[in-house]
Write a protein that binds this ligand. Structure first.
Ligand code: PNS
Length: 171
């Protein structure tokens, strides 16, 4: 694989717990820009995730089942090593607001230090989703609020199931 070909494959890494419409928006944009975009779900990021990695993979595969150039996969260890294994020359990250910038710059520069051959590309989601994060989605759902317009319908359904199971357990 030449370096030029590697630029046509991108990794979009994250925890995706859960996938929300801001993520979906970035993946759709990435699928238009790159030959292939690999949604890389990090294994073991949190000790107590809401969705298991298997559930997150199932959800993302279902949401992107009609996208031939979107692959959903999991990874462990260094992101740049994973990019190398996948033959990807680009890491895609979404940038919602200035508050994201410091952490994202730190990661991008550390990844560049580890492998200068991998470029981080930042993409902005639609302004409708600039305030949406997985953390805030989980908080709202845990407190009984609706996130129907902010997550794919399969995520909304699964969130309701989890909330129902938890309230049944508590009862
Ligand atoms: O959705 P998130 O939690 O913002 O994603 C963070 C992620 C998965 C991109 C980041 O934690 C990561 O790349 N982890 C892999 C470990 C790694 O390579 N660390 C060194 C670079 S900072």
């Amino acid at each position: 694989m030449t370096e030029r070909n590697a630029d046509h494959i991108a990794i979009y890494p994250g925890s995706f717990d859960p996938l929300h419409n801001g993520h979906v928006d970035i993946i759709r944009r990435g699928a238009r820009l790159f030959d292939r975009i690999v949604v890389g779900i990090l294994l073991n990021i949190e000790k107590a995730p809401l969705f298991t990695v298997q559930e997150r993979v199932e959800i993302a595969r279902e949401v992107f089942r009609d996208y031939a150039n979107v692959e959903v996969d999991t990874f462990d260890g260094l992101l740049v090593e994973y990019a190398r294994r996948k033959g990807a020359g680009v890491i895609v990250r979404g940038l919602r607001a200035v508050s994201d910038f410091e952490y994202e710059m730190q990661m991008a520069l550390m990844n560049r230090n580890l492998n200068p051959g991998v470029e981080t590309v930042f993409m902005m989601p639609s302004e409708m989703y600039t305030y949406v994060s997985s953390r805030i989605v989980k908080e709202v759902v845990a407190l009984g609020g609706s996130v129907t317009n902010l997550v794919p319908s399969i995520v909304d359904d699964r969130l309701r199931e989890k909330r129902h199971a938890r309230s049944t357990l508590r009862a």
